[in-house]
Write a protein that binds this ligand. Structure first.
Ligand code: RP5
Length: 163
């Protein structure tokens, strides 16, 4: 079994982990090897650039980057690598995560970040699996199974609705 990380799961602070662990859970569920790191755009800018620079040559295929507030991490990492970067706006105590969302989503033309919803780390994990699944039929099968389970769940809720 290949254990070389394919996904880099990074976050600006350990305080982001409560949200970002939902991405880790998805990657675990799908059996995708990943690494997790705390790297801050503002507090450790040199480490962030070194990480982004080396990511592709170390074998990573996708980076999920979560940050809150003045959330520069996803965009700055995307500017220093050509790997796909998925940004997770982490909600902080003030502004309900709108600050994080706006900081991540409004990227200039040329440097894309695939931004998920505020706190949407699980979808970030799923998007990473989909990106990998584009060239991995086993992962695509698992994704089909996951979506089939969602259909079943909604059908059961529908059937259980009281009249
Ligand atoms: C951001 O600042 C981090 O991503 C985190 O969401 C926020 C607060 O960090 P801490 O003060 O909790 O370390 O860069």
């Amino acid at each position: 079994m290949n254990t070389t990380p394919l996904v880099g799961l990074i976050m600006g602070s350990d305080s982001d982990w409560a949200v970002m662990r939902n991405a880790a859970q998805i990657l675990d569920d799908f059996g995708v090897p990943f690494e997790k790191r705390v790297i801050s755009a503002h507090r450790t800018p040199h480490a962030m650039l070194a990480y982004a620079d080396a990511a592709a040559s170390r074998g990573l295929h996708v980076i999920i980057a979560g940050a809150g507030g003045a959330a520069a991490l996803p965009g700055m990492v995307a500017s220093a690598t050509s790997l796909p970067v998925i940004g997770v706006p982490v909600p902080l105590k003030y502004l309900d995560g709108m600050d994080s969302l706006m900081s991540i989503v409004q990227m200039p033309a040329g440097i894309p970040v695939a931004t998920v919803s505020i706190g949407g780390a699980a979808n970030a994990g799923l998007l990473a699996v989909r990106i990998l699944g584009a060239s991995d039929p086993i992962l695509r099968d698992k994704l089909d199974g996951h979506q089939a389970a969602l259909v079943k769940m909604v059908e059961e809720k529908d059937a259980a609705l009281e009249t």
